[in-house]
Ligand binder design. Structure first.
Ligand code: ATP
Ligand code: MG
Length: 567
């Protein structure tokens, strides 16, 4: 990138859309605030799997670093041992890499800075800017005051520095139980900003940490640790969600009192999606109470769930770019996410034929053991993807839905005595419906017209309906899983009187165990996506599918429900 700082053209890359964050960065580049550097990070706490909201943050931070030829860190904000776990660390690294956000060798852990943070805490104590408090959590809450009333000073607030130093070391050495003491910043109990009313910096937690083991029994709070981590890593633009706006003065206070490097915090509105929830605590509850199979259940809004469902990294990046960066909270229609993957797969997915609810059809005037090839186009949107031969035979399978004995008006599929075209093959006519004693349809007997073969047909005959099919002897079996939204309510989280669990959609998963697919799908790969003609986009399940038992997930249906909002 050209670093000519007098030329805005050169420092306003148009790779991702301009937004208010980029405007701030452009300005910082003009004034050489950080010497022309741009360095962002994604700072997850490893207490759950990442979700689509995190993906938004990753794409934003990584996109900015990339656009400005800057750097991007992945840093675990692992300061709370009781909720964190190595499983989460591993899944987060996998998800960030999968999204394509390349942190190169810059993988960091807040816990690696515990010594440095401790020394800085000592420095604040020595400056008279931090003290050890013996009040209980409940008493501290009572002293805090409200938005309209100032707080009250703790009786321990004016402890001599020497006592504070002694007590803080003894806290570190494990002399006290959980909750017996805390270290607090000494700022202002009357501040209109409650975050500045002597916030807690350290609490005692006798718990093993997933990285530091039992080295520590005092752990820094998020508020104390977060700005320090950004400062240590020389982050230039510390991008976070709006709820941290009121914490910024506190982060600034810590950095200023310590006299250390100062990143610029910029807040944006978090991503909210309708028909889903984004709270890690609630997502964990869904997993623990087995409302879903795991964090990567294809109905979950997690990155691993979306991946398993068949979403591609590029579809998620495009979605993140489309929704842009807002300064005020809003709710995005989940149909836009579905639109992003559908749009991509329409261009890239190979078309194949699959029958989910098979009904046997015998073509009585077709030779007994006869078989021939018909030619199927792999993608009408992209003819360079070629065509493939499909075997056609006397016995085929069609969808049960594609036949009706007593059809309503405008039903253009197969009916008794009616005709329909078999995609890429012939026109058939239903001559006889074979039923069991109870009247259930067992099979259809049809005839075909040999002069109507697709592409080569000599008769220019037209019928209104075309249906998909597979050859019975040349098809393979598979299980197919159809998904619907996990919640029936647009805002499952916001009904005061009810739990989000009350809105779980009982039909969010339908498993079809005896589907038949064209045989080319025997060699399907996990990373490939297919359009099952007329049924939607599908991919192999990355967990449950095996060569002995194919399992396909439906990523999305074909029908797009996303409507652009009126201007
Ligand atoms: P919690 O802190 O309650 O555990 P969290 O969702 O904030 O939950 P973090 O691991 O702290 O989880 O998040 C890492 C980063 O992702 C933070 O910078 C946060 O601002 C950002 N983030 C989290 N949720 C969203 C969202 N819905 N939209 C955009 N960014 C988000
Ligand atoms: Mg957070």
């Amino acid at each position: 990138m050209n670093e000519n700082l007098n030329d805005t053209q050169n420092i306003t890359p148009e790779k991702t859309p301009v937004n208010f964050i980029k405007e701030i960065i452009n300005n910082d580049l003009l004034t050489a605030k950080y010497g022309g550097r741009v360095h962002t990070r994604f700072p997850p706490e490893p207490n759950g799997y990442l979700h689509i909201g995190h993906a938004k943050s990753i794409c934003l931070n990584y996109g900015i670093a990339k656009d400005y030829n800057g750097k991007f860190n992945l840093r675990f904000d692992d300061t709370n041992p009781s909720k964190e776990d190595q499983e989460y660390v591993d899944s987060i690294i996998e998800d960030v890499k999968w999204l394509g956000a390349d942190f190169e060798d810059r993988l960091f852990f807040g816990s690696d800075y515990f010594d440095q943070m401790f020394n800085w805490a000592i420095l604040l104590i020595e400056k008279g800017k931090a003290y050890v408090d013996d009040l209980s959590a409940e008493e501290i809450r009572q002293h805090r005051g409200t938005l309209t009333e100032p707080g009250k000073n703790s009786p321990y607030r004016d402890r001599p520095v020497a006592d504070n130093l002694d007590l803080f070391h003894r806290m570190k050495n494990g002399e006290f139980k959980n909750g017996e003491k805390v270290l607090r910043a000494k700022i202002d109990m009357a501040s209109p900003n409650i975050n500045l009313r002597d916030p807690i910096m350290y609490r005692i937690i006798h718990d093993s940490h997933h990285r530091t083991g039992d080295n520590w029994c005092i752990y820094p709070t998020y508020d104390w640790a977060h700005g320090l981590e950004d400062s240590i890593e020389n982050i230039t633009h510390s991008i976070c969600t709006l709820e941290f706006e009121n914490h910024r003065p506190l982060y600034d206070w810590f950095l200023d009192e310590l006299g250390i490097y100062h990143p610029q915090q910029i807040e944006f509105a978090r991503l909210n999606l309708n028909y889903t929830i984004m709270s890690k605590r609630k997502l964990l509850q869904l997993v623990e109470e087995k409302h879903v199979s795991a964090w990567d259940d294809p109905r979950m809004p997690t990155i691993s769930g979306l991946r398993r469902r068949g979403y591609t990294p590029s579809s998620i990046r495009n979605f993140a770019e489309r929704i842009g960066v807002a300064k005020r909270d809003n709710v995005i229609d989940v149909a836009l996410l579905e639109h992003s993957i559908r749009e991509e797969l329409n261009k890239t997915a190979k078309r194949v034929m699959a029958v989910l609810n098979p009904l046997k059809v015998i073509i009585t005037n077709y030779p007994e053991n006869g078989v021939e090839e018909v030619h199927a186009v792999n993608n009408p949107e992209d003819l360079s993807m070629g065509a493939r031969p499909l075997p056609f035979s006397r016995e085929i399978l069609i969808e049960q839905d594609d036949f009706m004995e007593n059809p309503p008006p405008k039903y253009f599929r197969l009916t008794p005595g009616g005709e329909v075209r078999l995609r890429y093959a012939y026109i058939i006519k239903c001559e006889e419906v074979i039923k069991d004693q109870d009247g259930n349809i067992l099979e259809l007997h049809c005839t075909y017209d040999p002069d109507t073969k697709s592409g080569t047909g000599t008769k220019n005959k037209k019928v209104k309906g075309t249906i998909h099919w597979v050859s019975l002897p040349y098809s393979i079996r598979a299980e197919v899983r159809l998904y619907d939204r996990l919640f029936t309510n647009e805002a499952p989280d916001s009904d005061k009187g009810k739990s989000f669990l009350d809105f779980l959609n009982p039909d969010s998963l339908r498993i079809l165990r005896d589907c038949r697919l064209e045989s080319s799908l025997a060699s399907a790969q996990v990373n490939e996506r297919y359009q099952f003609e007329r049924l939607g986009y599908f991919c192999l399940d990355n967990k449950d599918s095996s060569p002995n038992k194919l399992v396909f997930n439906r990523t999305v249906s074909l029908k797009d429900t996303f409507k652009l909002p009126p201007k």
